[in-house]
Design a protein around this ligand. Structure first.
Ligand SMILES: N[C@@H](CCC(=O)N[C@@H](CS)C(=O)NCC(=O)O)C(=O)O
Length: 319
């Protein structure tokens, strides 16, 4: 794990403050692909939705990257936006393209390390080298490396360029979706990291309590509601799903989020299985990559890098 400082790679961990809290940094590339190439809510213009122009870098382990992978699949974008998959181990060079089952190499410069892509685009880049990355093959630019933005643009930008017309962000529901996204992001999506990477007992207990209080709250909400915002699946569900599907296999053990498991919750477990079984989703979930990545990459938490055999989970709808 490391960071680029003025284009130079440093193998160091810089995510905790003096109190032992995990602090996530903001993503820096924030341009938007739009139907006509006009500017989006942030960043520059010049990224028109066109088939075979954009490339997506993901890790199959990463919940943020998986949001983008799921949206690419659901929207029928697999033949329009190409894909690279990094190795499961995020080690001294960060994400790499070392060969391993499931890895798809980099087409841009046959990079060994993902940070080479960041440096190619911005030679003096300072910051974390994260996935997902949405890359413009025509201009050799990173369009965006923030999953929240990427799934929003994939939801509609390509609708006249070959995507299907499913809409996970209906206009009339945006404010409710934003509200629930905020809560889920702070307490659950990022909450598992804040608990798992805490370096003080007090911080860990605070974060893990907040995480489970929020899961309990969502459990109640799902008692009367099939999905987070009513009967239709929205962006909010996919954002929660990528954390829930990893929860029992990775966060429960590796991040010590072990007050309960998702299978112990009646509604959350039903909900997770329903989303997992939506056509096009299952193939984006790779438990081998998920477990190998988490248990082997964070030596400060799991020094021997032993990957657990279990748990055995049955995500079928009839169980
Ligand atoms: N806010 C970003 C976060 C992405 C992120 O942190 N990805 C992790 C993998 S799960 C990563 O690449 N971390 C590398 C690092 O922090 O150095 C997003 O949602 O796209």
């Amino acid at each position: 794990m490391g960071i680029l400082v003025k284009g130079k790679w440093h193998d160091k961990w810089d995510y905790n403050n003096d109190e032992g809290e995990f602090i996530r940094q903001d993503s820096q590339f924030r341009n938007w692909i739009t139907k006509d190439g006009s500017a989006g809510p942030t960043g520059e213009a010049g990224f028109k939705a066109e088939p075979n122009r954009y490339h997506l870098y993901v890790s199959l382990a990463c919940p943020w990257a998986s949001r983008a992978l799921i949206m690419r699949s659901l929207k029928g974008l697999e033949d329009l936006i190409s894909l690279s998959v990094v190795n499961t181990l995020m080690g001294e060079h960060g994400w790499t393209f070392d060969p391993e089952e499931g890895v798809i190499p980099d087409p841009v410069m046959d990079a060994e390390y993902l940070y080479e892509i960041y440096k190619k685009v911005e030679p003096e880049y300072s910051g974390h080298v994260t996935v997902p990355v949405l890359y413009d093959l025509k201009q050799d630019k990173i369009v965006n490396n923030e999953s929240a933005d990427i799934i929003r643009m994939l939801n509609s930008a390509f609708d006249e360029a070959g995507a299907n017309d499913r809409n996970y962000l209906p206009k009339e529901l945006i404010s409710e979706i934003d509200k629930i996204n905020d809560k889920v992001y702070g307490a659950i999506n990022n909450g598992v990291y804040k608990a798992g990477f805490a370096t003080s007992q007090e911080v860990y207990e605070k974060e893990v309590t907040k995480l489970f209080d929020t899961l309990d709250e969502i459990e109640e909400r799902l008692e009367d509601s099939r999905f987070l915002v009513g009967d239709q699946i929205t962006e909010a569900d996919w954002r929660l799903f990528t954390t829930l599907i990893r929860f029992d296999s990775a966060y429960h053990g590796h991040f010590k989020c072990n007050i309960r498991r998702i299978v112990d919750y009646k509604n959350l477990w039903r909900y997770t299985r329903e989303l997992y079984n939506e056509p096009g989703v299952k193939k984006t979930v790779d438990f081998n990559h998920i477990k190998k990545h988490y248990y082997r990459s964070h030596k400060q938490i799991n020094p021997n890098g032993i990957v657990p055999k279990g748990p055995k989970l049955d995500f079928s709808l009839d169980n």
